[in-house]
Design a binder for this molecule. Structure first.
Ligand SMILES: C[S@@+](CC[C@H](N)C(=O)[O-])C[C@H]1O[C@@H](n2cnc3c(N)ncnc32)[C@H](O)[C@@H]1O
Length: 419
């Protein structure tokens, strides 16, 4: 049973609809010992196009992140259930205020209120209560529909009046989702830089470059950051088209180049490397370049996976691997797990996140790797453990994998100054 006090604060602070986010954290000791229980859950109201008001529950379980949309009427019940597991909740409101809840091991609830007032029983708000117009409860995209955005119009995503074309709506959502990920890593990018230094970004396998243009628009035009982007692709046609568009828009710090990821050379700092849906081992070539540059941030969404799928052998998994479809899916997950571990072995913090909803493509895992500004404690031991797990995986499944070959060739970055 949820302690009565817990239900009280939920009734007071979460049954209203002006909250922006609730973060549930600090699992109890017993829960923390269970690897299947999330370490943290972020809950955000979302207005779904079909289905109305929901809340999205984003759960961090180990290094994985899971999302679930819950109908509004079930949200407080679900939070109440989760509060049997957590000891803290932070609720923020659109008006800027917050409520910080802590629950002692004996179930005593303490509240710390900042710039918010409870609604009174008769449904009226007390003085200073936060009331937010309903439109603020809808999802606020970084690229807003209704505002004409030149590059989106040029790419056929928007019409001249700022409405998004039906055929490109999923692309519009994908671009926004991508920019949200970029927004999350901005502190990592801007922290590392001196005032004069541009943030350098290389987008490997940029293709038609929707995401590259979106990145430039967001960072340079919207945020006014000093950035330079290079988009690289094997295909001459896409590079010519993208170059022409960058020129038309007058975007002088956005350059496109024809070339192969593996052969690309750049002298100077590269702060962020992006490789979205590049084929098979092209992702490994991109990650290896990024590692060599000690890029602060790496975003990789791997695409097709053939290298490992061809080799995988494991007696216990034989019934599963005998099906081509399972072999391919398993190989993709296995390879991405290995890539994440390998990145940890050279000092990155990695996370696997869903890039877009699976309804559009099964190739939706984003490997997000961030080099922490300050080396965490025990980082050398952690790196060594990750590296030995990499080799255990290769041995157990009788596999050679391209990223590991690159890292072996680079002596696991030992030549690069250790922090
Ligand atoms: C599926 S498209 C993805 C385009 C874009 N990044 C996106 O996510 O919308 C993959 C692109 O990667 C490029 N590519 C694949 N291997 C490459 C390599 N070794 N070097 C450079 N580009 C490569 C292909 O030419 C293609 O344009």
């Amino acid at each position: 049973m949820t302690p009565p006090q817990t239900q009280d604060w939920i009734n007071t602070w979460l049954t209203r609809t002006d909250w922006k986010e609730a973060t549930l954290s600090q699992p109890t000791k017993e829960s923390a010992a269970d690897i299947e229980i999330p370490t943290k859950i972020r809950v955000r109201p979302v207005q779904l196009k079909k289905g109305g008001l929901h809340a999205q529950f984003e759960s961090m379980v180990g290094k994985q992140v899971f999302h679930e949309n819950v109908v509004w009427s079930d949200v407080t019940g679900k939070i109440s259930d989760w509060m049997k597991v957590f000891r803290q909740a932070l609720i923020t409101y659109h008006g800027g205020g917050s409520v910080h809840v802590t629950i002692s091991p004996k179930g005593k609830v303490s509240l710390h209120l900042k710039d918010v007032t409870a609604f009174s029983d008769d449904g009226q708000t007390e003085q200073n209560a936060v009331i937010i117009p309903s439109h603020n409860r809808e999802k606020k995209y970084l690229l807003q529909e209704g505002t004409p955005i030149p590059f989106l119009i040029e790419l056929g995503v928007m019409r001249a009046d700022g409405t998004v074309t039906a055929a490109m709506y999923h692309k519009f959502r994908q671009l926004n989702r991508y920019l949200e990920f970029v927004q999350d890593v901005l502190p990592e990018l801007t922290n590392h830089l001196g005032d004069q230094e541009p943030i350098r970004i290389v987008d490997f396998g940029c293709g038609k470059s929707y995401l590259t243009f979106a990145l430039y628009h967001y960072m340079k035009i919207q945020l006014g950051l000093n950035i330079e982007i290079i988009g690289l692709d094997l295909r001459k046609d896409v590079i010519q088209t993208a170059t022409a568009l960058a020129e038309k828009l007058g975007w002088s710090a956005l350059h496109f180049q024809i070339g192969d990821i593996g052969k690309f050379e750049f002298q100077g700092n590269v702060n962020m490397v992006v490789s979205l849906h590049a084929c098979d081992t092209a992702t490994d070539a991109a990650i290896a370049k990024a590692a060599r540059w000690r890029s602060n941030v790496i975003f990789a969404v791997p695409c097709c996976q053939h290298e490992v799928a061809r080799q995988l052998e494991h007696l216990d998994l034989q019934p599963l691997l005998s099906h081509g479809l399972f072999r391919e899916r398993f190989a993709s997950l296995w390879t991405d797990g290995l890539r994440a571990l390998a990145l940890e072995a050279i000092g990155y913090n990695t996370q696997m996140v869903e890039f877009i909803e699976t309804e559009h493509t099964p190739k939706n895992i984003l490997i997000r790797a961030v080099m922490p500004k300050k080396a965490p404690t025990n980082y050398k031991e952690r790196m060594a453990i990750a590296k030995s797990k990499v080799h255990e995986m290769l041995k157990a499944y009788h596999v050679k994998q391209q990223l590991i070959t690159y890292f072996d060739e680079m002596n696991w970055m030992k030549d690069v100054e250790q922090r």
